[in-house]
Design a protein around this ligand. Sequence first.
Ligand code: ANZ
Length: 819
Amino acid sequence: PARYVHAEAEPRWQRFWEETGVFRAVRHEGRPKRYVLDMFPYPSGAGLHVGHPEGYTATDIYCRYSRMKGFDVLHPMGWDAFGLPAEQYAIQTGTHPAETTRKNIDTFRRQLKMLGFSYDWEREFGTIDDNYVRWTQWIFVKLFERGLAYQDKVLVNWCPALGTVLANEEVIDGKSERGGHPVVRTPLRQWMLRITAYADRLAEDLSLVDWPEGTVSMQRNWVGRSEGATISFDVQGFEGAKIDVFTTRPDTLLGCTYVVLAPEHALVEKITSAEKLPAVRAYMQAAASKSDLDRTSEKTKTGVPTGAMVIHPLTGQAVPIWVGDYVIGSYGTGAVMAVPGHDERDFAFAKTFELPVIEVVSPDGKLHDSLDAAYVDEGILVRSGKFDGLKSTDGKRAIVDELVALGKGAPKITYKLRDWVFSRQRYWGEPIPVYFPVDMKDPAGDPRKGDEHVIRYDKPIAVPENELPLRLPNLVDFRPGEDPQGPLARAVDWRFFQKDGQWYARETNTMPQWAGSCWYYLRFADPKNDAEPWSQKAYDDWMPVDLYIGGAEHGVLHLLYARFWHKVLFDIGKVRHPEPFLKLVHQGIILGEDGEKMSKARGNVVNPDDIVKGYGADCLRLYEMFMGPLEAVKPWQSAQIQGVVRFRDRIFSILTGRPLVDAIDDATKRLVHKTIKKVTEDIESLSFNTAISAMMVLLNHLGSLKELPREAAKGLLLCVSPFAPHVAEEVWRLWGNERSIALEAWPTFDPTLCVDDVIEMAVQVNGKVRGRVTLPVKASEDEARNAALTAEGVSAFTTGKTLKKFIYVPGKIVNLVVA
Ligand code: ANZ
């Protein structure tokens, strides 16, 4: 009999698919579509790791199955190709990032092709391609024109010794992680994207998508919508000075015994008494080196009194003002009304500094003399004058109404979400397509020669659409420079240009790596379009994305940023759906054999190349799908690969080694239909491991037969084909077929053949037979009761009566006792 040699057969089928173009995405009139998207990889120098094929195999099975079900399928692949590692490698070796990136892309492409994924490779592109950068910049210009891209001074971590801006994670205790050089927080001009303008929709529209619950709530928390009020407190003795606080609990206003300003609050220096000023200044300085996270997570709350007082807007009493770093400058108004009776932080603070604690919300409306801890839940207002007796919800409304009438407050919604710092002082990213006029001190001067000039950053001009893309200059030295404006500031011939006698300077900041992944899913619908980012027809053909699979690590930022851009594009009429990704699934991480995260340092990395070489692509695909549920975290277990190798080899030997016959016995027929049903439903729900188990059971059964019923063999092979497409094609060809098995229709099943063995039983009501039910032999008591109660003829004897007892002996007795 023929032998199956994966090393020979797999590349042969891959060539066949490519040459015949079976996986090209084409829309057909009247057919349903499915757009199935993988999170495209960053082509790192390490090549593919076994985590990639997990999600990619899952989508591939789903796509191959969907095509056989009659869907037009878009299943594209590309490269998220800007990014820091290529730039760092360039700094070390002097190799241009474009060169290393292109090489890495070639490796990734080869590896993905070797796994037999059914991508439409004609749609491939990288985010670094001129024709992609052009439209990424075009979208930036749209943001700019709508006021959604603006410049602001932002505190950044500037390391003078390294001559670079560092990310928060790169700074440890005020020193650079690399080299231990001092880092200062300094304001730097940055491009910002006004994502906060979309905060509400970004939270709200999560109700439109079918995403993992955890991801939805992470996104909600990230947006962090809080409903409450701002309340104004006049500062005693300072005409016109007032402190606005944001609170979610206006119902507790009568329990406010002091007010706390964040150390960076603009009023601190102004209102602090001369006597307290030295201590306050020292405190402000200490707070400046702490991160917001440290400040909010510290157990003991610290603070200093300012010596100043505010007037309580309802009682007119004087209340002290403190400075405390548990109040964050950038949230709300940077000031809080402290209610120690009902807020844990305020309670801790009040205990430390012996400030009064007043109960104003009581769980039962009764008064309690002292509180052992803050009572943070809602309740009934007490000690609140005319508001006494109101429930918290009503109290909130009543107190805010009162404040509004007094001109001392207003309802307010606040978000945790901050605008997106969108510029990087780096080389390897999309240039931000903006330039600025340059004022020359000497009109005949030349800024490229260093003649004195001022760049008018206050007058940004977008690069005209017909001049896009704005390409990166070809640098030799990629290091971030002493100039915080980034390495592009050194490319003076690129940076400065003259038009009509006026000098201009290009923006030297580049976009962050996130930019490219914000809209790649749209470009896949129309990747070759030279006239626009995508055509409306292409959009209507394929969008929205029906299934998106990728790592949970992208659950917040990438998905939030992409949704933000999508909503902007929605507002300018370029897309028609409020949300881009209908269904989202995160594949679980694959750990090393040792149960630890795979990493070079641990030496536990499994290389897909080795697995494919040793066992074949089909086996890598089958193994990764058989390891466990797609979304579970699972350790790699080499010993278990043998199991799927045997399965693959037996598919070949059993299905090609025995005569095919038309006759089929009842047991085989039932098993085939049950298997098709199970595999169909499991693919729809992405439960690939259980689908494989079901196919193994059917294969074992066929292995016990001398002759194979054609219907059974064909049903199994069609089911196998999305999972192990190479061996499936091989068997299909040996059966005498010319066309790819991928073009066959998905097998159907007869539901009546799929029910478990059933038995017909009489239903007795109070001992008399009143009807009959057909039940699976193993039906549970619940199933039996439901079936009995709804059986024809039975209800006449049970309606209006109560079921006193139900007697069920599987396969024997169904007896209802009613009265
Ligand atoms: C008085 C109060 C009484 C509060 C009470 C809570 C309970 P979220 O839900 O996170 O929006 N707050 C306001 N601005 C703050 C800032 N810049 N830094 C630290 N805390 C701040 O929380 C809103 C609540 O957090 C506000 O409501 C305020 O404390 C505090 F029984 O005001 B609350």
